[in-house]
Design a protein around this ligand. Structure first.
Ligand code: EPZ
Length: 416
């Protein structure tokens, strides 16, 4: 089991390039099932990306990496089922469902496994696919999906702007017969990126200001070359890493608008943030200030994926900060591990009260999930002494070269 050690107390400073977005590249890789040949640039080297390529290969695609790009040939598909093992490797494998159904007219996948963030039902995915004409039978943990006639366009109003459900609808509807309208769709930049990838391949998709998505089904998509957007959550994480050490950082190859909801929170914590077309510069105070209230919301609200790294920052603030996690039921597992480092965090359901302490101290802590793991590393950068962070396979799912990047900013990080 790999682990890293971090010796805290070093002020971080320097510059980093941000990699392609995990949460954009995964649905785009599912979309390559519809285009024949795809060359995807700015593809981060992450274990989740490997898991997605394993699914594509299992389905009969040829997938190979050329540096920062992945080339997918999906003409010769051999099957339309995804076995349990592959589905469980990555929670978001569920977005392959819409693409496999659109490509094959049927699919058999196991129900996606449990997750550290609490219950993650896919009822909105299934009810939406049914509206598009899919028949779905659940049997012994598997979903058997078939399209008796043809996928047909439909009006779908989502009770909650689910990212995954919106992606599955787009993937299934882009080659359906007729028009689909998704109201209260998710508005995350990763949704726009999926739509833009499919449009580059010939799809007819329009996203309105208010987030409503209009899709006119087309007969065929064509081969495509596409570059994935930068990872706004990776960027938010490094901003928190610099801020917790009283440091400064410049992030390049980012789209600063994607973090508009994050800047006011960092400024409230005492940071100064400057942006230009494709970079973000942050300078911070010696000790962060408390943040009155952080409420995680669907985009353009504050991203739930940045909640954990930011909480590490609040754990040494000069006062008390309050967090409300509105997206996932139990996304505070990192709080217990931060407490081992001396943090004072009270969790009551979806609310966490973080009473800032003067100093954290090194400890052995366990990553419980991807962003929780990033939170522990962020805290360790400011802690007195050495921290040992275990189960870092969680971190490798979403951060490329994490230790190398932190070391390049002046941190003392070792992989064991
Ligand atoms: C995506 O997950 C991201 N994952 C998550 O990032 C992110 O936290 C989340 O969106 C919210 O922004 C990927 O893009 C691969 P949802 P997803 O469907 O699609 C409930 C990370 O750290 N819900 O918007 O699963 C659900 O239980 C990961 O990179 C239903 O009830 O998110 C959850 O509480 C973690 N029924 C909420 O909606 C459904 O059918 C948000 O889920 C679908 C969702």
């Amino acid at each position: 089991m790999s682990k890293i050690t971090i010796e805290g107390g070093r002020r971080l400073s320097g510059e980093l390039a941000i990699h392609g977005a995990k949460n954009a590249v995964l649905p785009i890789l599912a979309g390559t099932l519809l285009t024949g040949r795809s060359v995807i640039h700015n593809c981060p080297a992450l274990s989740d990306v490997t898991a997605a390529c394993n699914i594509l290969t299992y389905l009969g695609c040829a997938a190979h990496r050329e540096g920062g790009s992945i080339v997918i040939e999906s003409d010769a598909l051999t099957c339309c089922d995804i076995p349990d093992g592959l589905m469980r490797e990555m929670r978001s494998s569920v977005v392959f469902l819409g693409a496999v159904i659109a490509r094959c007219g049927s699919a058999r996948v196991s129900l996606p496994g449990g997750c550290e963030l609490g219950p993650r039902p896919i009822d909105l995915h299934l009810s939406s696919l049914r509206k598009l004409g899919v028949e779905i039978l659940e049997d012994h943990g598997y979903l058997n999906c078939s399209v008796p006639e043809q996928l047909r366009g439909a009006s779908i109003s989502l009770p909650f702007p689910s990212v995954g459900a919106t992606e599955n609808i787009i993937l299934a509807a882009c080659m359906a017969k007729g028009d689909t309208v998704i109201s209260n769709a998710a508005r995350e930049p990763e949704i726009e990126d999926l739509a833009s990838f499919l449009k580059t391949a010939g799809a007819d998709i329009h996203i309105k200001e208010n987030g409503t998505i209009y899709i006119s089904g087309v007969e065929k998509l064509h081969p495509v070359e596409y570059s994935v957007i930068p990872d706004r959550i990776e960027a938010a994480t490094y901003l928190c890493c610099a801020a917790i050490t009283g440091g400064e950082i410049r992030l390049r190859d980012v789209i600063p608008e994607h973090l508009t909801s994050v800047y006011p929170v960092l400024e409230e914590a005492g940071c100064t943030v400057q942006t230009d077309q494709s970079s973000i510069r942050l300078t911070s105070l010696e000790r962060p200030r408390p943040i009155r209230m952080v409420r995680t919301m669907p985009y353009p609200g504050f991203p739930t994926d940045a909640q954990s790294p930011l909480m590490a920052l609040s754990s040494i603030a000069s006062g008390t900060s309050v967090y409300v996690e509105n997206i996932f039921e139990s996304r505070y597992k990192h709080a217990g591990e931060l407490a081992r480092m001396g943090a004072r965090i009270k969790v009551e359901g979806r609310v966490a009260v973080v009473e800032g302490v003067d100093k954290l101290h090194g400890a052995t802590v366990v990553c419980t999930d991807l962003r929780g793991g990033a939170s522990l590393c962020t805290a360790a950068l400011a802690a007195q002494g050495v921290s040992e962070i275990t189960h870092i396979h969680h971190i490798e799912r979403g951060y490329q070269d994490f230790e190398k990047n932190l070391s390049s900013l002046g941190a003392v990080v070792k992989r064991i």
